[in-house]
Design a protein around this ligand. Structure first.
Ligand SMILES: *Cc1c(COP(=O)(O)O)cnc(C)c1O
Length: 338
């Protein structure tokens, strides 16, 4: 009945985890924040838990950690965004592992016997201590984050800085800093990789050395197909006018579903392998495409992401990153796990 379906290939997901782990020679902290990058955490959490290379999960906040526990996840869960006052009870009750990146994060944890990971800012300019050493027996992990993995010189400086900080942490079990793009540095002193995007099959760099398979495909149905004459204008604000008579299709997938408005008159989708131009402004629930030369009918499916195009390809056309498009995939898209 659904008008749009996101298909998740669980075998491909497993392949990518194993491939990343093998490449880096480390087990994986699977980053499933923001509803598993929009994919739908309830559809993949159990699959990930069943993969032996996944030793840890990571989410942004306590609520997301609770959600994982409610889904039956037993492996440890890292809360990347720290702990605020009032959240300590849930940390204890649901056995969540907070990342401490500010002195204020330690206060709610006073007297609480939970493992913690300490985060350093080595050049991200976001979360983390600069130099302060946290001398606390509860510290079981230390981490940092690369701000620009595509820049080798700067990344290597961050890796070096972090190595110096680690000298003060002799007994920690977990040391992690490599995100999907970061794995290219094969940091020898790190114990785990902390990856999100790549497990979903999207390459974080153009010449990415890790073999990945596409996990996600996204399709939506045509809810109208009709001939319109040359000169006719398409969609809001009339940003597109037909240069000749055309067969115009309406896909049941708009910016509310995750089709960025910046794809108006720029993006492409596919019908039976043929590229279709998006014409006119993308609207909330619908997107218009030029179907001229096809035999498309109402009810047919159009590929938005699949063998012909990834979220990364779509993001390039939209002038953004795949993360943003994925995180905006709406609830009304049906999720199907293969
Ligand atoms: C989101 C996030 C990651 C995962 O990044 P990817 O590029 O998706 O692999 C790792 N570490 C931190 C701190 C993050 O916020």
């Amino acid at each position: 009945m659904s008008r749009s379906i996101l298909t998740i290939d669980s075998k491909a997901l497993e392949f990518n985890i194993k491939s990343l782990s093998k490449f880096s020679k480390k087990p994986v902290i699977a980053v499933v924040k923001s509803d598993a990058y929009g994919v739908g955490v309830k559809h993949i959490a159990k699959i990930l838990e069943g993969i032996k290379e996944v030793e840890f999960f990571a989410v942004a906040c306590v609520e997301e950690g609770l959600e994982l526990r409610e889904l039956g996840i037993k492996k440890p869960i890292l809360i990347l965004g720290g702990v605020l006052k009032g959240e300590e009870k849930a940390i204890k009750e649901y056995s969540l592992t907070p990342v401490v990146s500010h002195p204020e994060h330690l206060k709610p944890l006073e007297g609480l016997n939970v493992p913690i990971h300490v985060k350093y800012d080595t050049g991200m300019g976001r979360l983390g201590f600069l130099e302060e050493i946290i001398d606390d027996p509860r510290v079981e992990g230390v981490l940092t984050h690369l701000s620009s993995p595509a820049e080798e010189e700067f990344s290597k400086k961050q890796i070096e800085k972090f190595k110096n900080i680690l000298k003060h942490y002799k007994n920690v079990k977990y040391v992690h800093l490599e995100s999907s793009a970061g794995v290219i540095y094969k940091v020898p002193y790190a114990t785990h990789i902390r990856v999100g995007l790549a497990i979903y099959g999207e390459k974080p760099l153009s010449n990415y050395p890790v073999q990945l398979t596409q996990v996600l495909s996204l399709k939506a149905r045509l809810i109208s197909v009709k001939r319109l004459p040359k000169g006719y204008s398409i969609s809001y604000s009339r940003t597109y006018k037909l240069e000749k008579d055309a067969l115009v299709g309406v896909i049941a997938f708009g910016y509310a579903d995750g089709m960025m408005k910046s794809l108006s008159n720029r993006g492409k989708v596919y019908y039976k392998g043929k590229a279709l131009d998006i014409i006119g402004n993308v609207t909330m629930d619908m997107t218009m495409v030029d179907l001229t030369g096809t035999d498309a009918k109402v009810g047919d499916w159009v590929e938005i992401v699949g063998p012909h195009q990834s979220f990364t390809d779509l993001a390039k056309m939209a002038g953004t990153i795949p993360y943003e498009i994925m995180c905006n995939l709406s609830r009304r898209i049906k999720r199907e796990v293969l």
